[in-house]
Design a protein around this ligand. Structure first.
Ligand code: SAM
Length: 322
C-alpha cells in the first residue's frame, strides 16, 4: 500500500491526458493558456505506470481528466489499456461533455464505467458567458448519450459563482433529477483566472443550500465514504427525489480523507490539487518504464504532501485536471 507522509493511504489516480480543452471557462482557464500540448505521455507509457501503481501500490481507481480528455487523440486506446490493467476496478472520466454525443458508446465499449460532466448553466447565454462556447445543446446531447451508452453513474458538476449562476441551482437540480442524475455543486477554489476576485465570487455550500431550501422538502445526509462530496438524498416540494452533493474544498475541506495522487499529461506529479508539484516522473517513464526510479520519485514527492491544502492554488486547472 502507498501512504503519504501523513499516513493517508493512496488508492486513486487522477491522470490528466492533455491541457487542451474546447472550452475557456471563466474560473478555470487563464487567457494565456494555449491549446498546444507538447510532450504528452503516450498510451504505451501510461499503461505500465498504471499497471505498476495497481499491482505494487494498490491503486484501484483511475479518473481521466484534462484540459478535456476528449480533446486528446487516441483517448479510446488509452481507456482500453487502463481498463485492461489487472487490479484497476474503475475507470472514470471528467469531461465537458461536448463530444459524448458521438463517442460515449465507443468509450463505454473500451472500458469506461462512469463519467462526470460539467454543466454550469441551462441558460444558453449564461452557458456561453461561463464557458466561452455557445454549445449548451451539444453538452445536453452528450449527457443523454452518456446515459444511453450505459455509463453509470453519470454525474453533473457545477461550479457556483456569485453574481452568475447562483440563483439557477433549483433549475439545475430539477434538470438532473428529471434524468435520474446526481448533481454536485462545487465551491470556487482560489486558483485560476478568478483567484484575485475569489472573495467576491465564492459561494459557500451552506449558502447554496439556502438557495435550494425553498424547493426542498427533505434533506437526508448520505454516508460520506471516500467521496469528496457531501451528499444528500433530497425530496423536492413537488415530490421528485434524487441526490444532490456539495464539493466543499474551501468551507469544509476533506483533506484528512484524501486518497488521491495526480499526474499530468507531461508526467508531473502533484500530491495535492492546490499545492506545488512534487517533481517530474518522466525520467522513470521514458524511454522505458523504470519501477525503482518511479517509486523513488513518487515516494519523494508524496512525502511532502501536506495535512491540508494551501489557502491558494498554484497549478493551472487545465494542466492538473481538477
Ligand atoms: N474539462 C473537464 C471538465 O469540464 O470537467 C475536466 C477538467 S476540469 C479542470 C475539472 C473540474 O474542475 C471541472 O468540474 C471544473 O468545473 C472544475 N474547476 C475548474 N476550475 C475550478 C475552480 N477555480 N474552482 C472549482 N472548480 C474548478
Amino acid at each position: 500500500m502507498l501512504r503519504d507522509g501523513k499516513l493517508r493511504t493512496i488508492g486513486y489516480l487522477r491522470l490528466s491526458l492533455t491541457p487542451a480543452c474546447h472550452m475557456r471557462c471563466v474560473y478555470c482557464r487563464p487567457g494565456f493558456h494555449r491549446n498546444n500540448p507538447r510532450n504528452l505521455l503516450e498510451a504505451e507509457e501510461i499503461e505500465p505506470m498504471v499497471r505498476h501503481l495497481a499491482a505494487t501500490h494498490g491503486v484501484r481507481k483511475v479518473r481521466l481528466t484534462g484540459g478535456d480528455p476528449t480533446a486528446r487523440s487516441g483517448l479510446t486506446e488509452i481507456i482500453r489499456r487502463v481498463a485492461g490493467v489487472e487490479g484497476v476496478e474503475e475507470v472514470a472520466m471528467t469531461t465537458n461533455g461536448l463530444l459524448l454525443g458521438t463517442r460515449a458508446q465507443e468509450y463505454r465499449d473500451a472500458g469506461l464505467r462512469r463519467v462526470n460532466i460539467s454543466l454550469d448553466s441551462l441558460d444558453p447565454e449564461r452557458f456561453h458567458r461561463m464557458t466561452g462556447l455557445d454549445q449548451l445543446d451539444r453538452v445536453v446531447e452528450g449527457i443523454d448519450a452518456a446515459l444511453e451508452a450505459g455509463l453509470e453513474p453519470v454525474r453533473i458538476n457545477t461550479v457556483v459563482l456569485q453574481g452568475e449562476n447562483e440563483e439557477e441551482l433549483p433549475d439545475l437540480v430539477a434538470f438532473a433529477l428529471d434524468r435520474g442524475l446526481e448533481i454536485r455543486f462545487i465551491e470556487l477554489m482560489p486558483m485560476g483566472p478568478l483567484a484575485p476576485k475569489w472573495k467576491e465570487r465564492y459561494v459557500p455550500a451552506p449558502r447554496m443550500q439556502e438557495v435550494l431550501n425553498p424547493h426542498v422538502q427533505e434533506w437526508t445526509r448520505l454516508p460520506q465514504g471516500s467521496e469528496s462530496a457531501t451528499r444528500f438524498r433530497v425530496t423536492l416540494q413537488d415530490g421528485r427525489q434524487g441526490t444532490v452533493g456539495f464539493i466543499t474544498p474551501m468551507s469544509c475541506n476533506f483533506c484528512a480523507a484524501c486518497d488521491r495522487i495526480r499526474i499530468t499529461a507531461d508526467g508531473t506529479f502533484y500530491p495535492c490539487l492546490m499545492d506545488r508539484p512534487g517533481g517530474s516522473l518522466m525520467p522513470a517513464l521514458r524511454p522505458t518504464f523504470d519501477p525503482e526510479l518511479f517509486d523513488e520519485l513518487l515516494v519523494r514527492g508524496l512525502s511532502g504532501k501536506a495535512a491540508e491544502h494551501p489557502a491558494e492554488g498554484f497549478a493551472i486547472m487545465t494542466n492538473i485536471g481538477g
